[in-house]
Write a protein that binds this ligand. Structure first.
Ligand SMILES: Nc1ncnc2c1ncn2[C@@H]1O[C@H](COP(=O)(O)OP(=O)(O)OP(=O)(O)O)[C@@H](O)[C@H]1O
Ligand SMILES: [Mg+2]
Length: 158
């Protein structure tokens, strides 16, 4: 795993991983970086590693073991109780790939999820304007050949 934080842009964090296990490790590192409340869009092609990254975040927050974190493909929303440095963190993992239209999205009640202790991670969130507006940043995962991935975290607030 390699990491680079550009000196001029403190809110952008870049990582390169060579396996799913390394992406879980990056997720675990990110857990401490992502102050609540936060709503992040997880961007990347099918199978890029979005759910894999959430496994690491959940693990580091003591919210769930990595094998307990599965894709919320049909349930749309998974909720885990975690903590970071003694403070509770509500981890919400969503996948809106199958949702069509803002009206279907409304049934999820995203606004109610975003309490002060919430870390909301939305796979395919870029599909919806309303999620883009609410988001406090994004994590993009791009395949760069074989099992290698480039992970870029962009936070609106430093
Ligand atoms: N460097 C890597 N980082 C993440 N996953 C990797 C990597 N190399 C291989 N993989 C594998 O790729 C798959 C990624 O699947 P995952 O469910 O995390 O993707 P996803 O982005 O959530 O896809 P979807 O959009 O379908 O939900 C896993 O099987 C994982 O083990
Ligand atoms: Mg997924």
């Amino acid at each position: 795993m390699s990491a680079a934080v550009p000196a001029t842009e403190g809110r952008i964090h870049e990582f390169t991983t060579q396996s799913g296990v390394e992406t879980i490790e990056v997720g675990a590192k990110l857990a401490g970086l992502l102050k609540t409340p936060q709503l992040l869009i997880l961007k990347g092609d099918l199978g890029a590693g979005k759910t894999t990254l959430v496994k690491g975040i959940a693990q580091a927050l003591d919210a769930a073991d990595s094998d307990e974190v599965t894709s919320p493909t049909f349930t749309l929303l998974h909720e885990y109780d975690g903590a970071w440095e003694g403070k509770t963190v509500k981890l919400f993992h969503l996948d809106v790939y199958r949702l069509e239209g803002e009206r279907q999205l409304e049934t999820l009640g995203l606004d109610e999820l975003l309490t002060p202790d919430a870390l909301v991670l939305v796979e395919w969130g870029e599909k919806f304007k309303s999620i883009q507006k609410k988001s406090t940043g994004e994590i993009s995962i791009v395949s760069i050949g074989g099992e290698a991935r480039k992970i870029t975290v962009t936070l609106k607030e430093a």
